[in-house]
Design a protein around this ligand. Structure first.
Ligand SMILES: CC(C)(COP(=O)(O)OP(=O)(O)OC[C@H]1O[C@@H](n2cnc3c(N)ncnc32)[C@H](O)[C@@H]1OP(=O)(O)O)[C@@H](O)C(=O)NCCC(=O)NCCS
Ligand SMILES: Cc1ncc(COP(=O)(O)O)c(C=O)c1O
Ligand SMILES: CC(=O)[C@H](N)C(=O)O
Length: 396
């Protein structure tokens, strides 16, 4: 069989991943997603979902999905431009546009697709993309599909961005693209400084707000609102798969002309099925909920503060940042994975992250604090981390 050689090769590669502690084994959850879940028949506290406000499986979101399913059906069997656009798709796009104060928005099956389909339609080899080195994989892949000149600037290093803008100054269009919240580090992009540089060099500013939308900003409008620059951002990509209900669906919000062009040229939109109406209906309800979720945002902040100060007092190194993403730095992939396993036996569900999700040698456990966690659950996590940290020699 011709495939035998490939199978043999992959067997070796997989064994190598396992030997290096880089193999990603999937645990199975036996309940719906929430702050406590059942794994291996045991209830554990969940600290690794992007469920920042606890809206995944919120009764009103589930009800909206059921209603959407009944009213609009299960699926369209079509891409949007053939016969896959229902009124509900346009209503949702207009709601997202209004939420961010942009001209229009376009829905995708995922934000991975929104990012994958953003660059190539808008930019050509006469243009430049300036991309933070720690941008998400979907941004990197989108950039790789585009013929524009690439300038990768050092993470949040404004002097380097300025130098790269100087190099790119003769390009027709220059687009600075950054995660608003860096998902593995929990820090915010320096958006006010980025916008100032963009003004100076006549560049477009585009952000991926997947880890900001819903829980950051006074009204949940994300990382840009948190930093007071929402009106200075030209393009926002985001997801319905994290704070906004937790299922799936992605979007790009921008001027009406950019959105119209993407609807005509963005390949993951043109050549992929429309988002199922139940997800659209649930996403719309989730946006409605976040607009009035000030208390949940306050709870998210106080829970995050409690977790960070407890772990730091115990001696853990946590990357600085104001978001509910707390990266507990461990360095070695095998230690991160062993620590996550030990924590699971103590009722704390977390995952060790290693390459290629984070750079080599920077393995970590990323804790994601939710407004749905209780103070007792946070204290239980701090106690378990301290016990396991001592056992594994991470803490003295
Ligand atoms: C960057 C990554 C692909 C590593 O690959 P690598 O082979 O070590 O890196 P390279 O420097 O060779 O870059 C690979 C390609 O990605 C491009 N690239 C890498 N980083 C980039 C960035 N920040 N922005 C734009 N393009 C980037 C390079 O230009 C190169 O493109 P090419 O194949 O067309 O030449 C990998 O680390 C990755 O996927 N990182 C993102 C992980 C992530 O998203 N983590 C968060 C998950 S929540
Ligand atoms: C920063 C960032 N961008 C994009 C994505 C992809 O979003 P989606 O799950 O909607 O494809 C993710 C993770 O899911 C992410 O963390
Ligand atoms: C691994 C991912 O890309 C994911 N979006 C996450 O941040 O959880």
């Amino acid at each position: 069989m011709p495939s035998a050689k490939l199978t043999e090769y992959l067997r070796d590669q997989l064994a190598d991943l396992k030997a290096k502690g880089l193999y990603k084994a999937e645990r199975r959850i036996e309940t719906p997603q929430k702050s406590t879940i059942t794994v291996n028949g045991r209830e554990v506290i969940n600290f690794c979902a992007n469920n920042y406000l606890g809206l995944a499986n919120h009764p009103q979101v589930v009800e909206a999905a059921e209603k959407g399913l009944k009213e609009w059906g299960y699926g369209l069997s079509s891409v949007r431009f053939i016969c896959g656009t229902q009124s509900i798709h346009r209503q949702c796009e207009q709601q997202i546009a209004k939420f961010f104060g942009k001209g229009d928005s376009i829905l995708y099956i995922s934000c991975f697709d929104a990012n994958g389909g953003l660059f190539e339609p808008l930019l050509s080899d006469q243009d430049a993309i300036l991309s933070d080195e720690l941008n998400h994989a979907s941004i990197i892949d989108g950039v790789r599909l585009c013929k524009a000149q690439r300038f990768r600037y050092k993470h949040s290093d404004m002097a380097d961005l300025k130098a790269k803008l100087e190099e790119a100054k003769n390009c027709r269009f220059k687009m600075i693209f950054t995660d608003s919240v860096f998902s593995m580090d929990g820090d915010l992009a320096k958006l006010p400084e980025i916008c100032d540089l963009a003004d100076q060099y006549d560049a477009i500013v585009a952000i991926d707000d997947c880890h900001g939308t819903g829980h950051l900003g006074a009204n949940g409008r994300g990382g840009a609102e948190e930093l007071g620059v929402l009106d200075r951002i030209d393009i926002i990509t985001g997801t319905l798969g994290k704070t906004l209900g937790g299922a799936s669906g992605g979007f790009t919000a921008a001027s009406a002309e950019i959105v119209d062009w993407l609807k005509n040229r963005s390949r993951p939109y043109l050549f992929s099925n429309s988002v199922p109406p139940s997800l659209v209906a649930a996403g719309m309800k989730a946006i409605e909920l976040v607009e009035t979720s000030g208390e949940l945002r306050t709870k998210s902040k106080s829970n995050t503060k409690r977790m960070r100060s407890g772990l730091e007092a115990a001696g853990f190194t946590i990357k600085p940042g104001p978001t509910p993403i707390l990266p507990v730095m461990l360095g070695d992939a095998a230690v991160a994975s062993k620590m996550a396993d030990e924590l699971l036996t103590r009722g704390i569900y977390v995952i060790g992250f290693s390459f290629p999700v984070v750079p080599h040698g920077q393995a970590r456990i990323r804790l994601q604090v939710s407004a749905a966690h209780t103070e007792e659950q946070i204290d239980a996590a701090i106690a378990a981390f301290t016990e396991v940290g001592k056992k594994l020699g991470v803490l003295k």
